[in-house]
Design a protein around this ligand. Sequence first.
Ligand SMILES: [Zn+2]
Length: 80
Amino acid sequence: MKVHCPSCDKVLYSRRLKQCAFCGAEIPEALRFSAEEIAALDRSLAESAARRKGNEHEFEEREAKRRADSDSASSFFSLL
Ligand SMILES: [Zn+2]
């Protein structure tokens, strides 16, 4: 859901701001995230970032294993 500044009607790109970045008008509390919502948002962002990192690591491990497997397979076949 997009939130517009009640003063200049520009789309607010961040609901954390207390003031409109365009006209400087104060953003009503109802249109802003509360401190709890911001904290929850930060937490979920950090969590998803950590998850992404974890997945990347897992992927790298899988790739390394796959490479090792194919290496041993090719050396096995070279013995035949
Ligand atoms: Zn504004």
